[in-house]
Ligand binder design. Sequence first.
Ligand code: SGN
Ligand code: CA
Length: 535
Amino acid sequence: YLFPVMLLLLALTSCKKEEQTSEVAQTPPNILYIMCDDHTTQAISAYEHPLSEVVETPNIDRLANEGIQFDRAFCTNALCGPSRAVLLTGKYSHKNGFRHNADKFDASQPTFINALDSAGYETAVIGKWHLKSTPQGFDHWEILPDQGKYYNPDFITKDGTHREEGYSTDIITDKTIAWMDKQRDKNKPFCLLMHHKAPHRNWMAAMRHLNKYDSVKFPVPENYLDRWDGRKALQEQEMTVWKDMYEGHDLKLTKTADTDELRFNPWTDDFDRLTPEQKAKWNEVYRKKNQSFFDENIEQDPTKFALWKYQRYMEEYLATCESVDESVGRVLDYLDKAGLAENTIVVFTSDQGFFLGEHGLFDKRFMYEETLRIPLLIRYPNGIKAGTHSDAMVMNLDFAPTFLDYAGLNIPEEMQGKSMKPVMSRDSAPKDWRDAVYYHYYEYPGFHSAKRQYGIRTDRYKLIHFYNDIDEWELYDLEKDPHEMNNVIDEVAYADVKKDMMAKLEQQMKQYDEPPYEEFKDTKLPLINMPRDPK
Ligand code: SGN
Ligand code: CA
């Protein structure tokens, strides 16, 4: 009769072991935060879009299938530096002081990284930083200077600046895996920010992807040839694919069929820094790619040329995104292999969205859907049900409080976002979740001439005020007009909606402690100059 007793004892100890495993699961989760630069939802197949017919991002989509996909995630100021400052602080630009790209981040203010670091997390940032300040609260950092370069990028570390041969997305991924695998203190939970440069302008894809989309005909957005009636700020922008893109630097068009000399190319260093071998390969590929443009005399017909530019733009942008999808696949594989997948929160997002030809545009800055919206996919097997979809309105402002919440730490009073944990850990958003998002963009006068603007988006409507050297209001009914072509601000039928939205805007500005309009409307900001093609 000793045998059954032994069995019982064995069963008890293995039970204990199981308890221990679930206790391990209770230890603070690791956080792997993947942020791209200008990677927009239209280019990710998990998000339904006509481009999904021709673009596949299986690795990024894996996060949606195994975690949660947010369909209505937004940024508060669609520009690189400002978005990164919001991420770190959980505060709006007017509170964290980083309103536009010429600002410098005040590193003395509290960030979620500092809080995690003090609580015993190993912290690191690898890739684009763009805040001008030296990273604070990171045990390890390797950042690209300013915008960073696609090929043979320089990295700034605690020991100075050095150049590495190769392609930025690949190098950033290698460094990320190396840090998780070998460099960090494995007794601590970690928080790593992997910040890709891709797919920022001027869209230089990895050599292996240069021909990826050559034979694809991309569906042209129905408002590509928008004439911007009734929308003055759009009429005055300088970010139109067919009129403002640099034919050399961006579209890689050469002066003639038999030269490698590029057309307008204000920053030669992006190409000059290629090694002779890289350059030879690059030029060979582009000679061939450009041949049909010259053969078919595309330039003779302005409409044809405008449409050709859209196709070339998509080839470049989407080929550059390929390396990002591969990068996500590589880090997910590593987490699996290392047994880290279950207790690691993996976030995939972007600093803002991007126009892929909608309204004829590229770049971001405007409060229209394509750029206000950010991709947001989060996987956390220990805390999020696989295959969850959320249409709760969340913002990048919420990231810092969310991470602190998951780490079991206090959320400082001054953080203005909300933890998304209640949205992520159950089937639907709590009843009292927010019903509007507030937005404010400042960088004008500046690159691309997008006017200063602030406004709110609710479930169905959007109200925008363009200000500074204009004073124009726009109101959209997103249900009837999802592409924001019809500004209904003066339509009698929308008088009540307008009144409600104005009141809601005022309430939101108060809530976030935004100064009154009269106080910020004439704020002087340094001019950021944009080179223009004399053609
Ligand atoms: C560069 C780009 C712009 C872009 C800004 C800001 N021009 O100046 O097109 O809007 O960065 O981008 S480029 O010809 O140099 O690529 S941000 O993402 O850093 O805010
Ligand atoms: Ca960006």
